[in-house]
Design a protein around this ligand. Structure first.
Ligand code: AMP
Length: 269
């Protein structure tokens, strides 16, 4: 039986601006074709084509891989992105983020969290109680890597997402990323929406809430987007947390519950 695994990573830029990125963790036999598919994706990017694409393959010791279960998936429908941001703020507060910090984080992604207001390549790391930014580099941020679905589980999840009307590679990849993030010790919540101007859906993920999609978190045509990881700083040294996010290999081989979409209802919590 083949056991060698490869971390495949792609990132693409146009005139120095982040365009696209992706990370996979796959068997050696499919690493080449996966790398080609990621490069093709960068070439066909709706905001591109990219003028610089980096793709790297790195062998990973299979004995270090943790097998985990994906979080539950919920979808909230909102009237527009303003209601979406109210919903996100409320879900972040439920997860343990201070209300004013949640509001600040939403504004930060809306304006562009990189130096000078651009889009970051990775995520903001934010103290959930003080709002302090903890990432070492405000353009790169923290890039979660070395995570994927197991090869056996991938078709099953694809079938389940298809049946739920969610057959988009973005949903699958974001679910995997959020799954890894939610298993990090001291992680309070994740906030995300895409920098793709045409993709307005985003999510709040939290250890008890799961992966909670929100149908609109920005107006169509807006090129801003990003991720914020809210952390409880007392739980674990930040260097260890970042090492887990960026380097610990994780494969998902089981699904959480996939709930049908519901209309978001504002409440006073
Ligand atoms: P995407 O969902 O791919 O459109 O990504 C939205 C934003 O999330 C990007 O602009 C980055 O700031 C951030 N991001 C993308 N991939 C990662 C990753 N692997 N780790 C951390 N942040 C990421």
């Amino acid at each position: 039986m083949e056991t060698a695994l490869y971390s495949v990573r792609m990132r693409a830029t146009l005139q120095g601006r982040h365009l696209a990125g992706a990370e996979r963790l796959v068997a050696g036999s499919s690493a080449g074709s996966v790398a080609v598919a990621l490069v093709q994706r960068a070439m066909n990017c709706t905001c591109g084509p990219a003028d610089e694409i980096h793709c790297s393959l790195e062998q990973v010791d299979p004995d270090t891989v943790r097998c985990l279960r994906l979080p539950d998936l919920h979808t909230y429908r909102v009237e527009d992105w303003r209601e979406g941001r109210r919903a996100a703020r409320s879900l972040l507060v439920r997860a343990g983020v201070r209300d004013d910090i949640a509001a600040e984080a939403l504004d930060l992604l809306g304006e562009g969290a990189a130096e000078g207001g651009g889009v970051m390549r990775g995520a903001v790391l934010m103290d959930a109680l003080t709002g302090e930014r903890l990432e070492a580099d405000r353009s790169r941020g923290v890039r979660v890597s070395r995570m994927d679905l197991s090869a056996e589980f991938r078709p099953e999840l694809a079938r389940l997402l298809d049946a739920a009307g969610l057959a988009h590679h973005r949903v699958m990849e974001a679910l995997v990323l959020a799954g890894k993030v939610l298993h990090a010790p001291g992680l309070v919540a994740e906030l995300c929406w895409s920098d793709d101007p045409a993709y307005t859906t985003g999510y709040v993920a939290a250890p008890h809430g799961g992966y909670q999609r929100i149908s609109a978190l920005k107006p169509s045509g807006d090129p801003h987007g990003g991720r914020v990881f809210f952390v409880n700083r007392g739980t674990m040294p930040m260097a260890e947390l970042v090492d887990y996010l960026e380097r610990a290999p994780v494969l998902f081989n089981a699904v959480g519950r996939i709930s049908p979409p519901v209309q978001w209802v504002d409440s006073d919590d």
